[in-house]
Design a protein around this ligand. Structure first.
Ligand code: ADP
Ligand code: MG
Length: 222
């Protein structure tokens, strides 16, 4: 369970949330709607501890230190232009021993597995053959798919997606929904997505909330 408890947060002269609370059950898909500037991205930054609340707290499975449980796809894709698509997907291996593995053999085995899985995800997302391309050669929707693949690669139990499909055409969107739901089932993911599209939100989610007037309101799904 992901819990936001009585969160108050704002930037100078701009209070965004007052006593905001939310509980998300493990395994659920939840969508958050809301007008631009209402604080949706800020809410994700609070969940990922990039922002600290003035009041209240966030917890996952009753713990307040949970960074390793979250994979975060940011609103801007943050792909590095000087790296290839695959280079971006394998960036984690630039960190010294990111998975705390014993010895080179384990390290290279993990990297090989990561690469294979990255290739599989790229293929499923219609990006086979683009591994060596620079992100600058891709459209916005393609970049978003690379960014989504990167978030999925980590198999972390909580997935935060900030407007993941905004640049993706409707047909491709349906394919990505299927991939996402398959991954959710396989790895028992809990997914929280921000979207502007109420039809997408309803199709994909167990629960939908709207962020307006500094609070979350639950939408009734018919
Ligand atoms: P949304 O994602 O719903 O469009 P954001 O969370 O990005 O909204 O922003 C909410 C409000 O907070 C906006 O008015 C934005 O200008 C402001 N804001 C966002 N980030 C900062 C920041 N780092 N410093 C000051 N104000 C910010
Ligand atoms: Mg935003």
């Amino acid at each position: 369970m992901l819990v936001l408890e009585n969160i108050t947060f704002g930037y100078p002269n701009n209070t965004l949330f007052e006593n905001l609370s939310l509980k998300i059950k493990s395994g659920d898909v939840v969508s958050i709607l809301g007008p631009s500037g209402s604080g949706k991205t800020t809410l994700f930054k609070l969940i990922t501890s990039l922002n600290k609340p003035a009041k209240g707290y966030v917890s996952i499975e009753s713990e307040k230190c949970f960074a390793s449980k979250i994979s975060y796809m940011t609103q801007e894709d943050l792909l590095l232009e000087h790296k290839s698509v695959m280079g971006n997907l394998l960036m984690v291996f630039k960190i010294k021993n990111p998975f705390k593995l014993k010895g080179f053999k384990e390290y290279f085995r993990k990297k090989k597995l990561f690469r294979e899985k990255a290739l599989m995800l790229l293929t499923q997302m219609g990006l086979h053959g683009y591994e060596d391309f620079s992100p600058s050669a891709l459209s916005k929707g393609m970049r978003q798919r690379v960014s989504l693949a990167r978030a999925l690669l980590f198999e972390r139990p909580y997935l935060l997606l900030d407007e993941p499909f905004s640049g993706v055409d409707p047909k491709r969107r349906k394919i990505l929904f299927q991939i996402l739901l398959q991954m959710k089932k396989k790895y028992n993911l809990t997914i929280l997505q921000i979207t502007h599209d109420i039809v997408d939100a309803r199709e994909l989610s167990d629960h939908v909330y709207s962020l307006t007037d500094k609070a979350l309101t639950k939408e009734v799904l018919s």
